[in-house]
Design a binder for this molecule. Sequence first.
Ligand code: HEM
Length: 407
Amino acid sequence: MSEEPIVDLAALGADFARDPHPTYAELRRQGPVHRVLLPEGFTAWLVVGYEEARAALSDPLLSNDWRNSPGVADTDDDPWSSPHMLISDPPRHTRLRKLVVREFTPRRVQALGPRVQKVTDELIDSMLARPDGRADLVKDFAFPLPAAIICELLGVPFSDRDKFHHWTTLVTKQWNGAEAEAALAELDDYLKTLLADKRVHPGDDLLSGLVRRREEDEDALSDGEMVGLSVLLLVAGHETTTSLLSNGMLALLRHPDQLSELRADFSLLDGAVEEMLRHSGPTGTSLHRFTTEPVRIGGRTIPGGGELVLIGNTPANRDPSRFPDPDRFDIRREAAGHLAFGHGIHACFGAPLARLEAKTAVRSLLERCPDLALDADPAGLTWYPSVMMRGLPHLPVRVRATSRTGS
Ligand code: HEM
């Protein structure tokens, strides 16, 4: 274990969750890599500089495999009973990713366009029908939209959304040890049962397709890998997009000049979504990486032997050496190159779907809700206490300016 001084991010509490950027700016001024204590309760090396983060994301000396972490390094156990590509290194990673990427063709994503629009319209209809003109943009829109789409794509019943959302939120945004581990086990069991059912009653969804292929080709995916993949796709397919929609809309609503420019000219939409990803993206850091041998990052040597390294997507995306005046939200800026979707072999392949959902959602909200406004003081909003995921449990908004008579 390293004797490096530790920056205690946990001690900053809710202030850090609400606005980590001043702390990250100070850390970046001091250097691109720091040893930190996280609100999640463990210590890690945190990479905060853009160039160093990008390089670290494709450094083969950093392993995603938990078997390289101290404690489990010498056993054959997989700490997660259901391995998946994000906790695997090549060659297992290559094999698992290839099997799914071929299901996520641009054509399949494009074909989802009308369905994404329909779900978006229905959710906006329900919000507009509220007598008081008020809504929680997370609960009423940003969660059910990507959840409905990933459920349809995977063949997971949308009627189970409250159940699985409770587990996936604990796993991604409220990691607190035992309770979150239990949630992960419940999610595993839930998907195990669902996959068993798909064996008997297959549909034309993606999970049924993988089950079918598995039965034709014994070598395709083990039982545990099938479950791991289903968990990963369900979690990654909606938790992140939910936070992109809510964090991104919050940024837009806090910048009325940018909001009116976008309303007046939707050719700015693609750039606006990229800027939401850069400025207010949902991924605070990468998932865990472990050193397999001493590794040089930003001129420092991190010891080998399973040191935990987190690569800071959020601080990298606010690095002034890459994005001038980085705290300014500017939908016209060149935001390309941001690390919100990661980089390297683990870069997000769901990005085209996330972008499709975000563009449809933002445009439809602005077109159909001309009076859309925040219904809370932004400084008083609660954020999830996670360094890995940046997200809001609630975002109160007014979807209509005036209440209906009698309400
Ligand atoms: C705004 C939405 C999204 C964001 C910001 C996002 C971000 C990311 C990031 C940063 C990674 C890499 C993590 C790391 O290197 O540790 C990743 C990986 C991944 N994402 Fe996404 N994601 C989003 C939406 C989606 C969607 C909609 C899906 C699926 C339909 C998805 C599926 C995956 C998968 C399977 C991986 C693992 C890839 C691998 O290990 O090779 N993501 N995502």
